[in-house]
Design a protein around this ligand. Structure first.
Ligand code: NDP
Ligand code: KAL
Length: 257
């Protein structure tokens, strides 16, 4: 079945390249006829994002800078969206960052600065952008963020990012409670491991993927398309009774002991 999101507008934050989960979500939304607004962090990926967006052949698509560590950039990004589009119906938050040296060895070696950086970009940013997006979601809306099993359980090397994801998941619930009265739903997708730029440089990523193929109930790894399709459900009216939820799209791996 093909869902239609014709006439609706969605903000997609966190496309770095074609492997990004955000790009999987964007493609699903585009196929459903939605209008898209993309945001990127640094100039580093501006051209890459613009090149990718051009492949959609949709001249209504907008591409705007939004480094989520900067309040003024969030404000000006959403002011531009308001001016150029008016109303939005959803937002995909696909953003996370921690210093590489804090993603190996023992968790407790993280310093204050690294802890705050990971939480600032990976957790607080959802609250900051939800608050800005709310003003444009005058017809109700749906906010979707991305999390990982390492926020619920100890996963080797995930470390400070796991602690930040726990904060992100709690934020989903508190935001869902705040925003429900405005007809805005807030949910997270807990995705299984996918080879993206963020996952690059992770020493044993191959063995992590192999374990999923061997042990996950569905015996295969997660794809960007699977996450994109669940996001589409969360953005559509089919999920109108769902908020404050963490949906695992991970071949069922999270049920295993
Ligand atoms: P990508 O590397 O493709 O995307 C990460 C994105 O985070 C980049 O687009 C990057 O933007 C953005 N980002 C980092 N810092 C900032 C900032 N200050 N302001 C705005 N954006 C910023 O990786 P993924 O697609 O894998 O990651 C997307 C989300 O999915 C993350 O939340 C991640 O934790 C989550 N996830 C990933 C899994 C996986 O296995 N890949 C599994 C489960 C969850 P820029 O490139 O412009 O710097
Ligand atoms: C247990 C897993 C193995 C990997 C351990 C930690 C992964 C953490 C994810 C985090 C988002 C990665 C980074 O912040 C990388 C960053 O330090 C360096 N990379 C960059 O700067 C690139 C260029 C940009 C685009 O990246 C970002 N993020 O801006 C977890 C695996 C199994 C699942 C994953 C990868 C989960 C996840 O959350 O991404």
């Amino acid at each position: 079945m093909q869902l239609s999101l014709q006439g609706k507008t969605y903000v997609v934050m966190g496309v770095a390249n074609k492997r990004s989960i955000a790009w999987g979500i964007a493609r699903a939304l585009h196929a459903a006829g939605a209008r898209l607004i993309f945001t990127y962090a640094g100039e580093r990926f501006e051209n890459e994002v613009k090149k990718l967006v051009a492949t959609l052949e949709d001249d209504t698509a907008l591409v705007l800078p939004c480094d989520v560590t900067k309040d003024e950039e969030i404000a000006s990004c959403f002011a531009q969206i308001k001016e150029q589009v008016g109303v939005i119906h959803g937002l995909a938050h696909c953003i996370a960052f921690a210093n590489k040296e804090h993603l190996e060895g023992e968790y407790m070696n993280v310093d204050r600065e690294g802890f705050l950086l990971a939480h600032n970009i990976s957790a607080y940013s959802l609250t900051a952008v939800a608050k800005a997006a709310k003003e444009l979601m005058t017809e109700g809306g749906s906010i979707v963020t991305l999390t990982y099993l390492g926020g619920e359980r100890v996963v080797q090397n995930y470390n400070v990012m796991g602690v930040a994801k726990a904060s992100l998941e709690a934020s989903v619930k508190y935001l869902a409670n705040d925003l429900g009265k405005y007809g805005i739903r807030v949910n997270a997708i807990s995705a299984g491991p996918i080879r993206t730029l963020s996952a690059k440089g992770v020493g044993d990523f191959n063995s992590i993927l192999k374990e999923i193929e061997e042990r996950a109930p569905l015996r295969r790894t997660t794809t960007q398309e699977e996450v994109g399709d669940t996001a589409l459900f969360l953005f559509s009216d089919l999920s109108r009774g769902v908020t404050g939820e963490i949906i695992h799209v991970d071949s069922g791996y999270h049920i295993l002991a």
